[in-house]
Design a binder for this molecule. Sequence first.
Ligand code: FNR
Length: 185
Amino acid sequence: MIKIGILEGSLRRASLSRAVARAATGLVPEGMQAVALPNPGSLPLFNQDILDEGMPDPAAAMIAAVEDLDAILIVTPEYNWSIPGGLKNAIDWLSRVNPNPLARKPAAIWSVSPGLLGGARVHESLRQTLHCQEVIIMAKPEVQVAGAKGKVDVEAGQITNAETETFLRGHLVAFEAFCQSWRRA
Ligand code: FNR
């Protein structure tokens, strides 16, 4: 069994990407168990002065949750062609522990946007930051959920577009195989 943690990139209540992240827990294949990681909004803005006084509880909780995983799925919007600040802040906190709990964990990225490009540009920014953590990123197949307003039910945390749901299920099957290949390596 591969335990994957789902990390949300959005902090807002009516988030489209959070709805996709919530739905993802029900889309994983049999060989995977999905758990929701704490939302990055639970973390203070990283400041070395805070860390010098000790790891704050919300950051310690995020670190412990990631340590307990085999792999990670990031479901995020794109902000200004890049990583939303809250998500980058979460990665910054995780990067301040030794050993880094992200290191050598397989990861997949799903971007979600109401726009037509589906947040395609956040992938490159995230890949750069995750490489720095020695994360093993599954580059393909890519997931960009474009036009997301018509594809999710935010209240229910469900995908309402059957084609999108099928595609995401298939992606998780591919991600399971990717994780298994690294487990054997
Ligand atoms: C955006 N949005 C956006 N969308 C996009 O496709 N590419 C982008 O570069 C940006 N940039 C951006 C910056 C900021 C600061 C905000 C607040 C928004 C729009 C964004 O995709 C939209 O608000 C989503 O609904 C945000 O995701 P959640 O919160 O619904 O998951």
